[in-house]
Design a protein around this ligand. Structure first.
Ligand SMILES: Nc1nc2c(c(=O)[nH]1)N[C@H]1C(S)=C(S)[C@@H](COP(=O)(O)O)O[C@H]1N2
Ligand SMILES: [Mo]
Length: 332
């Protein structure tokens, strides 16, 4: 069985060889432009939701319009965003292959339209939501999050989406709901990786309901101002910035509310290596490598791990309360 390997693995892609662009576009410039476009609409309570419709930019990438700068505390990292080329060519998406370069090469086959997401389980108002309706459910925000992979590398990605809490409130969880399960599409016809048994498909991840409700937990539809590339989890994915990257399921088809901790794909594959919580924690090493430091993609040499990894990936002020009194070594 192929399990996550450390950043020192030799079989991985080599983003260090890609010439970095100046900066993905001076971030402030981007935020400024987006705020400019959206300011009027934001002040009028998003009456003009038609503004969210996607438009095709000259480059072919579908831009997301009407995106506002997030006001959620901690949502706008000051770190320099990762080059878009690295973020879209160095991926983990095992449904499309286990090599970092596989998803960008093979995920083009994924059909992201039409797309619906089933939201069910212990909720008063279950439903099947079309992607078009989900895009209109709440104002789209730009959020610049650090992403720390359990393998020991990290990126900084400007996502576009809104707090998952908006959708959760819509379906009204019952008092008995304690956990939320996130299920990725598993289509052997378009996902070559699903034909091999590297994980128990479909890819399932899970959060406690209070973690899922946290304002930083993002339902993302885009990155770098445009709709998500397939290899990054189109047409919608989860992003939980204080947990290892594998907690953030891509290409979601189902969100299910339960009263029990859901069995999750990586935890089933190796429970002693991938805990249910998987909060980023430099004090809790992976059995096969240290988690004390990380390699920021595009910044360091291929084998350098120069950055200190931070508790909760630097989001402790925002999320620490969720784990008050918990033994983080036991609930890793
Ligand atoms: N369905 C699915 N979701 C997934 C994965 C996967 O293999 N399949 N990989 C995870 C891992 S290990 C990481 S680090 C992030 C990577 O997201 P990115 O490629 O957009 O940077 O996606 C996560 N979500
Ligand atoms: Mo990861």
């Amino acid at each position: 069985m192929l399990i996550h390997s450390s950043s020192n693995g030799f079989n991985h892609g080599c983003p260090g060889q890609i010439t970095p662009e100046p900066v993905y576009r001076a971030r402030r410039e981007l935020i400024g432009a987006m705020t400019g476009i959206a300011a009027g609409a934001a002040l009028t309570g998003w009456a003009g939701r038609a503004a969210f419709a996607q438009a095709t930019a000259p480059g072919g990438a579908k831009r997301l319009l009407g995106v506002v700068r997030s006001a959620v505390p901690g949502a706008l990292s000051m770190d320099q965003p990762t080059d878009i080329k690295d973020a879209t060519s160095y991926n983990n998406f095992y449904e499309f292959g286990t090599d970092k370069a596989d998803p960008a090469r093979t995920a083009g086959a994924l059909k992201t339209s039409p797309w619906t997401v089933q939201v069910d389980g212990l909720v008063a108002k279950p439903g099947r939501f079309a992607i078009e309706d989900l895009l209109k459910l709440s104002a789209l925000e730009e959020r610049i999050y650090r992403l720390r992979c359990v393998e020991g590398w990290s990126m900084v990605i400007p996502w576009v989406g809104y707090s998952l809490a908006n959708l959760i409130k819509r379906v009204q969880p019952l008092g008995s709901a304690k956990f939320v399960e996130f299920v990725t599409l598993a289509d052997p016809a378009t996902m070559p990786g699903v034909r091999s048994r590297v994980l128990d498909w479909p890819y399932v991840e899970g959060l406690r309901l209070d973690e899922a409700m946290h304002p930083l937990t993002l339902l993302a539809f885009g990155m770098y101002g445009a709709v998500l590339p397939n290899q990054n989890g189109a047409p919608l994915r989860l992003v939980v910035p204080w947990k290892y990257g594998f907690k953030s399921s891509k290409s979601l088809v189902r969100i299910r509310f339960t009263d029990q901790q859901p069995p999750t794909a990586w935890n089933k594959a190796a429970a002693h290596e991938y805990g249910f919580y998987s909060n980023v924690n430099p004090q809790v090493d992976h059995p096969r490598w240290s988690q004390g430091s990380e390699r920021r993609i595009g910044e360091d040499g291929l084998f350098a791990r120069k950055r200190k990894t931070l508790l909760f990936n630097g989001y402790e002020a925002q999320v620490g309360q969720l784990y008050a009194g918990m033994d983080l070594k036991k609930f890793f």
